[in-house]
Design a protein around this ligand. Structure first.
Ligand SMILES: Nc1ncnc2c1ncn2[C@@H]1O[C@H](COP(=O)(O)OP(=O)(O)OP(=O)(O)O)[C@@H](O)[C@H]1O
Ligand SMILES: [Mg+2]
Length: 388
C-alpha cells in the first residue's frame, strides 16, 4: 500500500505528535515487515522521549488518539477491524518504553535518596566514633590532672590560697569527667534496651549536657509538673529526642532573650461516654490510659503552614546547606512511633513552637535496672508499689 500524506495539521512537523502520526501511518499501512519494524522501533524511542520530556500519560494517549483520527480521515476505506491489530503494536511499543523509562527514572531517584541517607548514617557513625575516641583520650588526660591534683592536696595547706585554687581545679576536673562520661554514653552505638525509664531525671541530665553547648542568651528550663514520669523506653533514645527538639528550638531562636521550656506531665486519656438517643454508652471496662507528655516549647521564629506540613519528611530542612540535614524530626518521629507514642505540634510564625510527645505511661513506681532479664521479656514490668 502506498504511504498516504499525513494530515497532522496542528502539530509542527517535528513535534512528538507529528512524528507519532507519521510512524502510525507507516506501521498500519505498509505491508513491508522492515518498514513496520522500523516504525515500531521509532515508537519505542518516542515513548522514551516522551518520558524524558515529562509528558503526562494522558497526553501520550491523546497523541495516539489524534494520530488515529488523522489516519481514519485520510483513509476512509480502512475499517477499524482490518487495522486494529496494527494500531495496537506501535501504541504498545510507545507505552512500554514510556513506562520502562519511568521506572528507570524512579529507580534512579530512589537510589540517589538512599545513597544520601547511607552517607548520612555513615557520617553520623563516624562522628559518634570520633566523639567517643576524643572523650576517651580526654578522660585519660583528666585522670592524670585529677590524680596529680589529689597528690598535691597532701602537700599544700588546704586553707592557703594555693589549697583553695587546688580545690577549684579538682571541682572543674570532676565536672569535665562527668561531661565526658555522658558524651561517651551518648556517642556509643548501644543496642536498644527498653526498660522502665523515669523521664524526669533523664530530661534533667540531658538539659545539663545541652546547657554547655547552647548560646548563653538562651535560657533552658525544665518544668516537670510531676515528680516522676515512667515510660517503657531506651533512656538514650529519650535523651536523643530531647536533644534534637532543644537544638531545633535553639536554632529557631535568633534573639538573645530566648527561652526553651521542657515540660513533663501525665495526662489521663478521657474515654467519654456517648449519648445514643436513649441512653449513654457504657464506660469501657479497661482503666483509662495514662500518657506521659513531654513538651518542648520555644519563643523562636515559629513555622509557616508549608513548613509545618513537611517537617517530618526525611531531609526536609529550611536551614542553610551544611547547617541541617533535615533528619532530626524524622528520626524523632520514628522513635516515638516505635514506642507506641504520638508527636504533635503547635506553631505560630513569629511567636514560637511547642512540640508535644505523648508516650504510654507505666503506672507504679520502678527502680531503674530493677528488672531481671526474664522480667524484661515479660509483658508487664514488675512494680515495687502498685498504687499509682
Ligand atoms: N522549634 C522549631 N521552630 C521552628 N522551626 C522548626 C523547629 N523545629 C523544626 N523546625 C523546622 O523543621 C525543619 C526540619 O527539622 P529537622 O530537625 O528534621 O531538621 P533540621 O533541624 O533542619 O536538620 P538536622 O536536625 O538534621 O540537623 C527545620 O529545618 C525547621 O525549618
Ligand atoms: Mg533538627
Amino acid at each position: 500500500m502506498p504511504e498516504a500524506p499525513v494530515q497532522a495539521d496542528a502539530a509542527p512537523p517535528d513535534s512528538i505528535a507529528a512524528r507519532y502520526a507519521r510512524l502510525l501511518h507507516r506501521a498500519v499501512l505498509s505491508d513491508d515487515p522492515l518498514v513496520v519494524e522500523t516504525a515500531l522501533a521509532e515508537a519505542a524511542e518516542l515513548g522514551r522521549e516522551m518520558m524524558r520530556a515529562e509528558i503526562p500519560l494522558e497526553e501520550v494517549s491523546e497523541v495516539h488518539h489524534e494520530a488515529l483520527v488523522d489516519l481514519a480521515q485520510a483513509h476512509p476505506q480502512l475499517t477499524l477491524p482490518s487495522i486494529a491489530h496494527r494500531v495496537t503494536a506501535p501504541l504498545m511499543e510507545a507505552y512500554m518504553a514510556y513506562s520502562l523509562s519511568f521506572r528507570e527514572q524512579l529507580e534512579h531517584r530512589t537510589s540517589v535518596i538512599l545513597n544520601a541517607r547511607i552517607d548520612q548514617i555513615r557520617r553520623l557513625e563516624s562522628i559518634g566514633t570520633l566523639a567517643a575516641g576524643v572523650a576517651h583520650e580526654f578522660n585519660n588526660i583528666l585522670g592524670s590532672i585529677i590524680g596529680f591534683s589529689e597528690l598535691l592536696t597532701d602537700e599544700v595547706d588546704q586553707t592557703s590560697p594555693g589549697g583553695q585554687y587546688l580545690q577549684h581545679i579538682l571541682q572543674a576536673s570532676f565536672r569535665a569527667r562527668d561531661l565526658t562520661a555522658r558524651l561517651l554514653t551518648f556517642a556509643r552505638d548501644m543496642p536498644e534496651v527498653r526498660e522502665p525509664v523515669d523521664v524526669v531525671p533523664v530530661a534533667a541530665e540531658t538539659l545539663e549536657l545541652l546547657r554547655a553547648t547552647l548560646p548563653v542568651g538562651i535560657r533552658l528550663v525544665l518544668e516537670p509538673l510531676v515528680p516522676q514520669a515512667w515510660v517503657m523506653a531506651d533512656a538514650s533514645q529519650i535523651q536523643q529526642i530531647i536533644m534534637n527538639l532543644c537544638i531545633n528550638a535553639a536554632d529557631a531562636i535568633q534573639v538573645r532573650d530566648g527561652r526553651i521550656q521542657v515540660g513533663i506531665e501525665t495526662r489521663v486519656e478521657s474515654t467519654p461516654t456517648e449519648w445514643l438517643g436513649e441512653h449513654w454508652t457504657e464506660p469501657p471496662n479497661d482503666p483509662p490510659k495514662t500518657q506521659v507528655r513531654l513538651s518542648v516549647s520555644d519563643n523562636g521564629e515559629g513555622m509557616t503552614m508549608e513548613t509545618r506540613a513537611r517537617i517530618f519528611d526525611p531531609f526536609f530542612t529550611t536551614k542553610a546547606p551544611g547547617k541541617g540535614t533535615g533528619l532530626g524530626l524524622s528520626v524523632i518521629h520514628g522513635l516515638v512511633t516505635s514506642m507506641g507514642g504520638t508527636i504533635s505540634l503547635d506553631s505560630t510564625p513569629g511567636l514560637g513552637t511547642r512540640f508535644s510527645i505523648d508516650l504510654p505511661a507505666l503506672t507504679g513506681t520502678f527502680e531503674p535496672g530493677a528488672l531481671d532479664e526474664n522480667a524484661r521479656e515479660a509483658p508487664g514490668p514488675a512494680t515495687k508499689d502498685d498504687e499509682p
